[in-house]
Design a protein around this ligand. Structure first.
Ligand SMILES: NC(=O)c1ccc[n+]([C@@H]2O[C@H](COP(=O)([O-])OP(=O)(O)OC[C@H]3O[C@@H](n4cnc5c(N)ncnc54)[C@H](OP(=O)(O)O)[C@@H]3O)[C@@H](O)[C@H]2O)c1
Length: 283
């Protein structure tokens, strides 16, 4: 068996096409030219890369962006004040706060301060709570991208065993809620999980986001499983994920490559969420 490779660009292209139409409807009906604000602290290279990729995507669909790049010397109070100012600003419909943040700034306080109506990435306690309760609206973009990929291949997750390797707030925890909402059985693995193979070998779907190249090999995968690699790791030889694609693709049914798999769909999901924040803010 050789797996079908799922190219995220094609899925992202379809999502972006519908975002272009939604942005036009928003501008035509409200007379507002949509704008989102991205805030980043310090000069973390991957964060800059994400910000630039998102700006490019926003340009393509007709959403203006204000990019704020703050020195890592900023205090927590100064940072929270910037968020409060952007919360109030009527010309900005959505806000994205690029992670990671420096240790002196509490992520909890940041997401408690961010207006949930402008929360493009669905990370405020309100939007996370809604996701957990199954009332999905502004859902974190990467978990949403994983679900969109499975929908695109018409795979029904009901009753399937999903193994997620990651329990972070932006990936594993919300993704668990999305799968449970769709009646999958979910196992979550992390650094302290003993014998990861014993979990992944049982999985109908493996979603891995550990950031460890080569973590998932052909030994980890059941024949015919679906393997979704969320990780993006920069190595000396280029960008890679967790999965040994060449070996694993001979066993599984579908697999996402890195780069070009989950990443482009995540950006498209962020654009879709921007449209949602635009529509909430204009009410
Ligand atoms: N494709 C996209 O759109 C997208 C979006 C966001 C992030 N990413 C990528 O996804 C990866 C994860 O991002 P993140 O922000 O969630 O990172 P993170 O907060 O560092 O989470 C990594 C997770 O993997 C677990 N882990 C690490 N090493 C492991 C191992 N050897 N075995 C089992 N579990 C292990 C960690 O467990 P512990 O917490 O117990 O250490 C943690 O739950 C990164 O490569 C990031 O670049 C991609």
């Amino acid at each position: 068996m050789t797996a079908e490779i799922i190219y995220g660009k094609e899925i992202a292209g379809r999502i972006k096409k519908s975002v272009v139409e939604d942005v036009k409807i928003f501008s035509d009906t409200t007379g507002i030219s949509p704008k989102i604000c991205t805030i980043m602290v310090g000069d973390d290279k991957p964060s800059k890369m994400y910000m630039n990729l998102r700006k490019k995507a926003c340009d393509l669909v007709g959403i203006d962006t204000e990019q704020i790049n703050i020195s890592s010397k900023i205090t927590e109070k100064e940072f929270l004040d910037i968020i409060k100012e952007k919360n109030q600003k009527k010309t900005i419909q959505g806000i994205l706060i690029q992670l990671p943040l420096p240790d002196n700034i509490s992520k909890t306080k940041v997401f408690e301060t961010l207006n949930p109506c402008k929360d493009v990435e669905g990370l405020t306690p309100y939007n996370m709570g809604k996701t957990l309760m199954g009332d999905e609206y502004l859902v974190p973009c990467t978990p949403l991208a994983v679900i969109k990929i499975l929908e695109d291949i018409h795979y029904n997750v009901k009753g399937k065993h999903v193994v997620i390797i990651n329990h972070s707030t932006i990936v594993g925890k919300p993704l668990t809620a999305l799968f449970l909402q769709r009646n999958a059985t979910v196992s979550i693995c992390h650094v302290f999980t003993k014998d990861i193979v014993s979990f992944t070998k049982q999985a109908d779907i493996i979603v891995t986001a550990a950031g460890i190249p080569g973590l998932i090999t052909d030994q980890h995968v059941k024949k015919g499983a679906i393997v979704i690699d969320v990780s993006i790791v920069k190595t000396d030889t280029g960008i890679t994920g967790d999965v040994d694609l060449e070996k694993v693709k001979e066993i599984c049914s579908y697999i996402t490559p890195v780069p070009g798999g989950v990443g482009p769909v995540t950006i498209a999901c962020a654009l879709e969420n921007m449209v949602k924040t635009m529509n909430i803010s204009s009410k």
